[in-house]
Design a protein around this ligand. Structure first.
Ligand code: TPP
Length: 693
C-alpha cells in the first residue's frame, strides 16, 4: 500500500512539524468521535458534520498559512484547519452545542466558523450555501494587492487567499465566477479542492465530466494545477508546500485537488446507504490517521508515545467538552443585536470603521451651486469626491471603467483614478457582490454597480449573506458595501430593465435601502452610504436619471442626508401621501391638479424608514395614500399600512389607500406600461375618493 516516495516529497516533508500534525489530527479525531458517540446521541449537539478523513490535508495547509494577511475561506467540513489556525478546543465544541461565546454566540450552525485575529491569518465567515465561499475570497485576494500596490502597505506582500471546497462545490456558480476572476486578474488565490467523491450522495461524475475537476482544468489559462492523494503524508505535504509557494511567489493562481475519504455520512443523520460494503471498506483503508501513524511509528516515535498522544488528545477533548457544556446558553435578550451596527461597538474585521477612518466634514445644510445637474452627474460628482478624499474607495462593475457605465454615472472616473480603483468586472453579478464583500473585509469601501436591478438576481446569495454577516458572527465581521442599482420604468418598460422590487432589500436582513427622487438627495444619500458602517442598496431610478423634475443644484461636497429622514415635498392638512422615487413627481402633480392641501412625504430611504414623520403627519391629516411603483402584494406600502393600522388606528378617518403596480412585470409597450403604472390621474382619483370617504 505504501506509495513510492519521490525526492521532492521527502524534501518538503522534512520541513513539516509532524508531531504537531499528529497532535492536531488526534485532537480533531477525538472531537468528532466524542460528538458522534455521545454528544449527538445525547442531543447536546443537534447538527454534526464530521471531518474524519479530511484532516491531514487541512492541517498541513493550515500550517502553511503563516502570513498575517493570509485568509482562508472555508466550509462546514473545515474544523481541522480552524484548529490548526488556533481555534480553541472549547470554542470548537461549544459552537455545535449552541453555547454562548465563541465565533457566533449560538447564532450560527456549529461548524460554520470564522476567525478574525488581527495579528494572524483570518478565516472569513463561512456560510451554509455550498459555493458561496468562493467569491468573497477573491475580494480578499484583490484587497491584498490593493493594499500593497495602491496603499503602499508593503506588509501585504506575499499574503495569499485560500479557498476550500468539496468536489460538489466545483459545479456551483461561485466556483466558476471566482475561477474566472482569479485567472483573468492574476490574483494570489489557491483553490483547495477536497475530493471525497461525494456531494452528500451524488458522485463527482455529476459535478464535472469524468469526475476529476483538475483533469478538466489542465488547459485553463493562468491556472497551475496540483493533484494528488490527501491521505499520504509526504505526498500531501509536498503538494501543499509547492502550491502555497507557487501562489506566494506570485507565479499566478493555482488549484490543488487532494483525494480524501469521507469516513462518515455527510452529516451525522446520513447513514450512507448509497455506498456498498466494499466501498466503505476501501474508504476505511484510506484513513489518513492510520497512514500518518504508519509514517511516524516507529521511524519517528514509538508505538507507546503514539498511544500516549492518543490518550492525551482524548483527555483534552473530554475537558473541553465538559467546559463547553458548562457554558451558559446565549442571552436571549441579545438575539436581535447586530442585524445592523450598534453605536460604539465596532466589528473586529471589515469596513472603514475598524481602522478608525476619518472622513472630511459633512453637513446636512446644502450649499447649492447656481446650475442644476441631473442625477447621473450628482452620482458622478459624489463618487469623484469620495474617491479623491478616501483612498480606500473602489468603484467597479460591468462597463464601469473605460465606457463610464451604461448610464454614464462613472464617466471619466477611471482615467482620473486609475484601473486599480475604478474598473470593469467580468459578467458575473455573484462575482461583483462576493468580491465586494471580500474587499470590505480588507477594510476597503467597495462601491459596486449592478447594471440593472433585475440583474442583481444572480447575486442574491451573496447579497443575502452580506446582510447577515454581522449578526451571524456576533459583530466579529461586517461587510459594509454600497451597491448601486438603476431600475424602474423609463421611456418605456420591460420585464428586465424596469423592475424595481425595492421591497426585496428591505426584507433582506441587514441592508439599508436608499431611493433618491432628485439630484440633491442622490448626493447626500450616496455620501451617507459610502461613509456608513452598514451595507446599502442605492437605487437609481432610470426615469429620474436625466428627468427635469429630478435636476437640482449640486449641494456641495459636504452635503449629507442621514438615513431614515423623510423629506416633506408639500405641506398640507387634508391628507398625507407617502411615496418615494419616481412617484414623487406624479404625487406632486396630482396634488397641484386638484389644489388640495396635502402633506407629501418622500421617504428617501426605506430601510430605515421615517415612521415618526409618517405617523406625525397622519395624526394631523387623518387620511393616507401610499404611492409606489413596485408590485402591490407585499410591496413596501403593505408594511407602512400595517404600521398605520396598529399605531394610528384612532386617527384614521378613511381607509389607507395603496396605488401601486399590479402583480405583473412592467410591460414594454408605452400604452400598456402607463395603463398599469400609478399615474397622476390614478392618484387624483384616489385623492378624491379618500377625501369623500
Ligand atoms: C447552495 C446549496 N445547495 C445545496 C446545499 C445542500 N448541501 C449541503 S452539503 C452538500 C454537498 C456538498 O458536497 P461537497 O462540496 O463535495 O462537500 P463535502 O460535503 O463532500 O465535503 C449539499 C448538496 C447547500 N448547503 N447549499
Amino acid at each position: 500500500m505504501a506509495k513510492k516516495k519521490s525526492a521532492s516529497n521527502k524534501k518538503n516533508a522534512s520541513k513539516v512539524d509532524w508531531k504537531k500534525v499528529a497532535h492536531l489530527m488526534l485532537t480533531s479525531r477525538a472531537m468528532d468521535e466524542k460528538e458522534e458517540n455521545e454528544l449527538v446521541p445525547n442531543k447536546e449537539v443537534l447538527y454534526q458534520f464530521s471531518a474524519r478523513g479530511h484532516e491531514l490535508g487541512q492541517i498541513l495547509l493550515g500550517s502553511l498559512l503563516t502570513h498575517q494577511h493570509d485568509s482562508a475561506s472555508a466550509y462546514y467540513r473545515s474544523r481541522p484547519l480552524l484548529l490548526t489556525l488556533g481555534l480553541s478546543e472549547e470554542d470548537a465544541m461549544a459552537a455545535p452545542m449552541g453555547k454562548s461565546g465563541g465565533y457566533s454566540d449560538g447564532r450560527d450552525i456549529g461548524v460554520v466558523c470564522n476567525k478574525p485575529d488581527a495579528d494572524g491569518p483570518k478565516v472569513l465567515p463561512m456560510a451554509g450555501d455550498v459555493g458561496s465561499q468562493y467569491t468573497p475570497a477573491i475580494g480578499w485576494a484583490q484587497g491584498i494587492e490593493y493594499r500593497k500596490n495602491v496603499l503602499n502597505e508593503k506588509e501585504y506582500d506575499k499574503a495569499i487567499s485560500v479557498i476550500l471546497g468539496g468536489d460538489g462545490s466545483v459545479a456551483t456558480n461561485g466556483f466558476w465566477s471566482a475561477l474566472t476572476i482569479a485567472t483573468t486578474q492574476n490574483l494570489p488565490v489557491l483553490f483547495y479542492i477536497e475530493d471525497n467523491g461525494y456531494g452528500i450522495s451524488v458522485t463527482s461524475e455529476y459535478q464535472t465530466p469524468g469526475g476529476k475537476i483538475t483533469n478538466n482544468l489542465q488547459s485553463f489559462s493562468n491556472l497551475k494545477i496540483f493533484d494528488g492523494d490527501g491521505t499520504e503524508p509526504e505526498e500531501a505535504a509536498s503538494l501543499l508546500e509547492d502550491s502555497v509557494n507557487y501562489v506566494r511567489e506570485r507565479k499566478g493562481p493555482a488549484m490543488i485537488r487532494l483525494t480524501v475519504p469521507r469516513l462518515n455520512g455527510h452529516s451525522y443523520q446520513d447513514n450512507q446507504a448509497y455506498k456498498d460494503e466494499e466501498l466503505l471498506k476501501k474508504e476505511q483503508e484510506k484513513d489518513p490517521l492510520e497512514k500518518l501513524k504508519a509514517f511516524m511509528v516507529p521511524d519517528q516515535v514509538t508505538e507507546k508515545t503514539w498511544k500516549n498522544w492518543e490518550k492525551k488528545a482524548k483527555e483534552t477533548i473530554e475537558e473541553a467538552a465538559e467546559a463547553a457544556l458548562n457554558r451558559p446558553d446565549p442571552d436571549s435578550a441579545q438575539t436581535e443585536k447586530y442585524a445592523f451596527a450598534e453605536e460604539g461597538e465596532t466589528q473586529m474585521i471589515g469596513g472603514l470603521a475598524v481602522e478608525g477612518h476619518e472622513f472630511p466634514a459633512a453637513s446636512e445644510e446644502p450649499h447649492p451651486e447656481k446650475q442644476r445637474i441631473n442625477i447621473v452627474e450628482a452620482i458622478r460628482r459624489t463618487l469623484k469626491y469620495e474617491l479623491e478624499t478616501n483612498p480606500k474607495v473602489m468603484v467597479f462593475g460591468e462597463d464601469v471603467g473605460l465606457k463610464g457605465g451604461v448610464h454614464a454615472a462613472t464617466m471619466d472616473l477611471q482615467s482620473q483614478f486609475g484601473e486599480d480603483r475604478v474598473f470593469d468586472t467580468s459578467l458575473s453579478e455573484e462575482g461583483i457582490i462576493g468580491r465586494a464583500v471580500g474587499l470590505a473585509y480588507q477594510g476597503l469601501m467597495p462601491v459596486a454597480e449592478i447594471q440593472f436591478r433585475k440583474y442583481a438576481d444572480p447575486a442574491t446569495e451573496q447579497l443575502n449573506n452580506c446582510g447577515t454577516i454581522r449578526w451571524r458572527t456576533a459583530n466579529r465581521f461586517a461587510a459594509p458595501i454600497v451597491v448601486r442599482m438603476p431600475g424602474g420604468f423609463a421611456k418605456c418598460g420591460d420585464p428586465w430593465h424596469s423592475m424595481s422590487n425595492e421591497v426585496f432589500f428591505t426584507h433582506a436582513i441587514g441592508w439599508q435601502v436608499a431611493m433618491p427622487s432628485n439630484a440633491e438627495d442622490a448626493v447626500g444619500l450616496l455620501r451617507s452610504a459610502m461613509r456608513s458602517n452598514n451595507p446599502t442598496v442605492f437605487f437609481e431610478h432610470r426615469n429620474l436619471l436625466d428627468a427635469k423634475y429630478a435636476r437640482k443644484p449640486y449641494p456641495g461636497d459636504e452635503f449629507i442626508v442621514p438615513f431614515g429622514k423623510a423629506k416633506k415635498l408639500k405641506e398640507g392638512s387634508e391628507l398625507t401621501i407617502v411615496t418615494w422615487g419616481a412617484m414623487c413627481e406624479r404625487s406632486e402633480e396630482a396634488v397641484e391638479t386638484l389644489g388640495v392641501s396635502a402633506d407629501i412625504l418622500d421617504l428617501r430611504t426605506l430601510m430605515p424608514w421615517d415612521k415618526e414623520a409618517v405617523l406625525d403627519s397622519i395624526r394631523r391629516t387623518n387620511r393616507c395614500i401610499i404611492v409606489h411603483e413596485d408590485n402591490r402584494t407585499a410591496g413596501f406600502g403593505a408594511e407602512i399600512a400595517a404600521v398605520l393600522v396598529r399605531e394610528a388606528f384612532q386617527y384614521l378617518d378613511a381607509p389607507v389607500e395603496r396605488i401601486t403596480m399590479p402583480d405583473i412585470p412592467v410591460p414594454y409597450n408605452v400604452g400598456l406600461m402607463e395603463s398599469v403604472l400609478p399615474t397622476t390621474k390614478k392618484i387624483v382619483d384616489t385623492i378624491e375618493e379618500t377625501l369623500k370617504f
